[in-house]
Structure formats: C-alpha cells, structure tokens
Write a protein that binds this ligand. Sequence first.
Ligand SMILES: [Cu+2]
Length: 169
Amino acid sequence: MQKSLITTLIATAIFSAAPSFAAEKTNMMIMDAWVRAAPPSAKVQAAFFTVMNHSNKPIVITDVEAQGFGRSELHLSAKKDGMMTMQKQQQVTIPASTIFQFKPGSYHVMLLEPNKIAAPGELVNVSFTLLNGEKISAEMPVKRDNSKNKMDHSNMNHGNMDHSDMKHN
Ligand SMILES: [Cu+2]
C-alpha cells in the first residue's frame, strides 16, 4: 500500500507536465551521455548523448535545462565559410525508429551560465521538454574528451585548421 502510493506520487510528478491526451509515455531512451570537461574558468560546457526513438512517430525536443546551469540550449555545429559555428536550434526532431547522435561537430546541448563548471566524475542532470509536454531527464557524467578520434583529428589538422575559431551564436 505504502509502496504503491509512493509510486503513484512519483508517476504524478513525472507526468504532471504532460497534457491529458498523451495516453502513452514517449518511447525515447537517452544513452551514452557525457558532458565534456572544461577548465574551471570556462563559460560553457557541452553535453553529448545518443537518443533512441523506439516509437513509430517523430519525437520533437523543444527545450532543455540542466541543473547547475542558468540556461541550456539545443545547438548544431556546422562549417560555414571554412569556420566552425554553432547555431541555436528551436527544436530538434528525432525521426521515428531512429538512433540519433548528439556528438562533437554536430548536434549537442550547450550548458550556459554555470554556477560552477562541472568537474570530471560529477553528474549533470539534464532535462528535455518534448513537443507533447513530456519531460525526459538523464544524469550525464562529466568526462575528459580524450577519444582517439579527437586526438587524431587535432594532430592531423594542427596548423591548418584552428578549432579555437569555434563561434558561439
Ligand atoms: Cu554549442
């Protein structure tokens, strides 16, 4: 009895933002999430993850917020006139039955106005709002970006492609 009451309360809390016509919970999973470690003096951090849309309908992410950050945005990195730039996205659509990657050089979540830059080993709670009003959240561990790809990439391009040109729009 006690347990089922608690379960009900939790369920109510989770779904309170969803409109009543949302009969079924969105079948979306967030996997392999991480927040890129940054120096304590940094002004922003980026979060990357994989979204699995297990449903036969597109899922539209319309907003994002993160604990410990004043503001968060959906971003897309793109090359423009030979420079990497980032554009804020009003929404990101995950097509039906698709595995969709938020990854360096592409879609990512930008964490802005940090209370304090999150350090390696810490968890950042990131919460997504969907077009149907539902909220889905994930704990994203902070990790140093020491992937082989990135190291190879920076070695290869050293001198002829300056990543510090990364613009924040
Ligand atoms: Cu960004």
